[in-house]
Write a protein that binds this ligand. Structure first.
Ligand code: UDP
Ligand code: MG
Length: 333
């Protein structure tokens, strides 16, 4: 979707919002003065990810007071990663900032981001210096995930880099060219390359409400991350198979020699059961891993639209349906 270039602002700010009714106005109030200082012209795109509270009506109110605040509203909850993709699709700026709605990402940082962008960096990202804002369990699991990702992944991730970042237009276009459904943004940012710069920042406490990520969502997210950036979990089983077969061969030789020298005796029942159960388990795990990948292949080949737009606020161009049609045509091109 391309808007007339005359109306294109210098900077677009994309904010995924899911049940953030309590934060929308506070965010807008803090953002506007920062953006006025930082750039000549701007727009803020709230991507309403199927909120069930008053987020959408508050977003409409914002747009009435200041038309630079626009909203794309999904027909249901599609997840933050998809909301970011929709934001990049609708953003018209020469650069795009992605940030959370809950003021954990300090808006004042945008001035620094823009300064580095003007120096020529295509990507400027906020690097969290601590994770105090998360609970201890989530912190430990996050650390474990990133260690696993580093061990398995073929794409190294910069330390502490999240979604809070500025992307130049060319980086935005590169991200939009990737049509995959399982969107692990952190990996995608790293994969596209470009000259990047990290800016350390302290993550603030959530302004209002609670985290919109429950354990289930986080685990899906972690799985998506690993499986879209590594095929090692698939290949691993070849090596496991080789090692197990080698052990079995050695054991077989031992039994042959032992039988020849000492004759037949009744072998242990317990060791038999244990090894049968152990190797059934190994086989089921490897099947499950293959299933995960096949499930993802299935989701990709169905080529469903990435998201369905239910409502748009502050747009005068194409109807919602054309958004995903445009996506599909882009993929075929
Ligand atoms: N979010 C979203 N869809 C979701 C979950 C979250 O758009 O399904 C948004 C949420 O409104 C917020 C951002 O993603 O603006 C980050 O979410 P949250 O603050 O809950 O995550 P955390 O800070 O705990 O990682
Ligand atoms: Mg948050």
């Amino acid at each position: 979707m391309s808007a007339p270039p005359s109306s294109a602002p210098e900077l677009s700010v994309v904010v995924p919002v899911f049940n953030e009714g309590g934060n929308v106005e506070a965010l807008a109030a803090r953002l506007a003065p920062v953006l006025d200082r930082a750039v000549a012209s701007w727009e803020v795109l709230l991507i309403d990810d199927g909120s069930r509270d008053d987020t959408l009506s508050r977003a409409k109110g914002l747009n009435e007071r200041d038309p630079r605040f626009r909203t794309v509203s999904f027909s249901r909850n599609f997840g933050k990663e998809i909301a970011i993709a929709a934001g990049l699709d609708h953003a018209r700026g020469r650069a795009v900032v992605i940030m959370d709605a809950d003021l954990q990402h300090p808006p004042e940082m945008i001035e620094t981001f823009v300064a580095h962008w003007r120096e020529g960096y295509a990507m400027v990202f906020g690097q969290r210096t601590d994770r105090e804002a998360d609970g201890p369990i989530r912190r430990a699991l996050t650390r474990a995930f990133y260690r696993l990702f580093a061990a398995f992944g073929e794409t190294p991730l910069p330390d502490g880099a999240g979604d809070f970042r500025l992307l130049d237009r060319k980086a935005v276009d590169a991200l939009r060219a990737m049509g995959e459904r399982a969107r692990f943004s952190k990996g995608l940012y790293a994969w596209i390359g470009f000259r990047s710069k990290g800016v350390p920042f302290d993550v603030a406490q959530r302004a209002s409400g609670t985290s919109k990520f429950n354990a289930r969502k986080l685990f899906r997210f972690a799985f998506d991350g690993i499986t879209s950036f590594s095929t090692l979990p698939l290949k691993l089983w070849t090596y496991v198979g080789v090692v197990v077969s080698a052990c079995a061969f050695v054991l077989a030789m031992y039994f042959v020699i032992d039988t020849l020298m000492r004759g037949v005796d009744v072998p242990g029942y317990a060791s038999l059961i244990v090894s049968v159960m152990f190797f059934s388990g190994v086989q089921l795990i490897s099947l499950g891993i293959i299933g995960e990948y096949i499930g993802r292949i299935f989701a990709e080949v169905k080529r469903r639209p990435l998201y369905i737009v239910g409502d748009r606020v502050g747009f005068d161009e194409p109807d919602p349906a054309s958004v995903w049609v445009a996506r599909d045509e882009r993929r075929r091109a």
